[in-house]
Design a protein around this ligand. Structure first.
Ligand code: BG6
Length: 501
């Protein structure tokens, strides 16, 4: 798996082994994504999909479970009997307790019992709790299932702080070489996120402006209208900083801030992202108090529907002493390098905000001189909006003259690029792209170990300070844009958040 500019080839023979094959992630995301690749003829011809879980299911029973999952998670108009049957015929299920070696031998038997076994690429997808990653890797090694053609996929959370992420990475790294490890951040698989690389590096007009000389600040918002749903037990141990900021928002920040790599390749892109993470301004306790705001949603109205508070959503998952977990974070950081010196990056994410939207806004500096003394309106700073989801697209706001005689009337207008209108085709789900990249061995859109650790090194002082700080997360009503302190955080710098419309 060398890092060249040549596109990696799709292997012809592949076994896709999903640990946690009956879990929520598999049934809601992975198997629907595999179905879509099946539908579009993208799966290697000789592919088998092997679900591994504690459930006592034979192949037929597992196929029935997956058939139901596809019916629930793929749009009806995209379900075709032929493609569903083809996918189901690829499925097998191995019931397993991970510490029972006898059951690993059954898996071994199944994987070795296939035509062209010596050509097969084997993907081990760890869609289980990270505490099981080490044991699974050891058992794979023990029964002789790890070879040069094996790949392992890890889902987040990879640890809950730097030390625990190192432990997980060490455990997996004892068995798999770093080049075989694929750490998923599904935000990197989103079409609009990949397009950010193309926008920046396949056009020339932005590059001269993409620096502290012309950019006033950058805002990254990932807003969700949903609450924590059934995931309270996990979420209350994580919180928004670990769940969203340490990974998804920092990855978006990296793609905005990174230097142009020599070409888009596995190590070149990851090297540049790493440099950004390492250049993030370290947070002292005083910085954390001043530059971060955390909140927890109370009850309220979201999209016209009354919803419960976070505490009520947690129910029995709530700790006895009450939860102090944040469901909202806003913070200000800087990338301390030549390009970005002094430019604030404002990051914001939360659950139960007014609607689901993820957007990056690059706000340029105001024109240095006001040249229309008797005009109506003013020349507002240009803003480049990169709409990650939904309705992927890009919008550049600029100032134009309203037509007509009688002086200058300055009005903000926008140049709009809508993906849906421009390309008139479906945007694949992030998992479709990422799964196929694993099969092909293309790790460009996956996180390297040193990136994860650099992200934790930056996030950990925030978590530490929050643990000892006297104040608790501020309450915000569900359906609002977060605590008022988050508004104050940016307004104190004379700026304001893009509205979560
Ligand atoms: C996951 C988080 O990584 O991303 C969830 O664990 C969150 O809490 C989800 O809801 C958001 O992903 P998306 O693709 O819906 O924006």
């Amino acid at each position: 798996m060398s890092d060249t500019a040549a596109p990696p080839a799709t292997p012809e023979v592949c076994d896709f082994v999903v640990f946690g094959g009956t879990g929520d992630l598999s049934l809601r995301k992975l198997l629907p994504a595999l179905y879509r690749r099946e539908l579009e003829g993208g799966l290697p011809e000789d592919t088998r999909i092997i679900g591994v879980s504690r459930a006592d299911l034979d192949d037929e029973a597992y196929r029935a479970v997956v058939r139901d999952a596809l019916a629930s998670h793929v749009e009806r108009s995209d379900l075709y009997d032929g493609a569903v049957d083809r996918l189901l015929s690829r499925l097998h299920h191995v019931p397993m307790e991970f510490d029972d070696l006898a059951q690993w031998h059954l898996l071994h038997g199944l994987l070795k019992d296939r035509p062209r076994v010596e050509e097969a690429v084997t993907v081990f997808y760890l869609a289980v709790a990270p505490s099981a990653f080490g044991l699974i890797c050891d058992q794979l090694d023990e029964v002789g299932l790890v070879s040069e053609r094996s790949r392992v996929v890890m889902e987040k959370p990879i640890g809950h702080d730097l030390a625990s992420s190192q432990q997980v990475n060490d455990a997996v790294g004892r068995v798999f070489a770093e080049s075989q490890v694929f750490r998923i951040d599904h935000y990197l698989g989103k079409e609009s996120v990949q397009n950010l690389l193309v926008t920046r590096f396949a056009n020339t007009f932005l590059e001269p402006l993409w620096n502290s000389r012309w950019v006033d600040h950058v805002q990254i918002t990932v807003a969700e209208s949903l609450g924590v749903g059934e995931r309270g037990a996990y979420y209350d141990r994580a919180g928004a900083l670990r769940d969203m900021v340490q990974n998804h928002l920092l990855q978006l920040l990296c793609l905005v801030a990174m230097e142009p790599p020599t070409y888009i390749g596995r190590e070149t892109v990851r090297d540049e992202k790493l440099k950004v993470l390492q250049a993030l301004k370290p947070m002292t306790p005083a910085d954390v108090d001043r530059d971060t705001v955390r909140g927890t949603y109370g009850e309220g109205l979201v999209e016209g529907q009354p919803v419960r508070s976070y505490a009520d959503d947690l129910g029995e998952a709530a700790p006895e002493s009450g939860s102090t977990t944040e469901t909202f974070v806003a913070l200000r950081t800087e990338v301390q390098n030549w390009r970005w010196a002094g430019v604030p990056f404002y990051l914001r994410t939360g659950k139960r905000l007014p609607r689901r939207t993820s957007e990056i806004v690059v706000v340029f500096k105001a024109p240095p001189h006001h040249m229309f003394p008797h005009s109506e309106g003013s020349a507002e700073p240009n803003r480049l909006h990169i709409q990650v989801q939904p309705d992927e697209g890009m919008r550049l706001t600029m100032t134009a003259k309203e037509p007509g005689p009688g002086g200058y009337r300055l009005r903000p207008v926008s140049l709009d690029l809508s993906y849906a209108d421009t390309f008139d085709q479906r945007s694949p789900d992030a998992y479709e792209r990422l799964i196929m990249d694993v099969v092909k061995g293309n790790a460009t859109l996956f996180m390297r170990r040193d990136e994860i650790e650099a992200a934790w090194s930056w996030a950990e002082p925030i978590l530490d300070r929050w643990t000892t700080a006297p104040d608790r997360p501020r309450r915000y009503a569900a359906g609002t844009s977060g605590p008022t302190a988050a508004t104050a955080l940016i307004e104190r710098d004379g700026r304001s958040w893009q509205e979560i419309e």
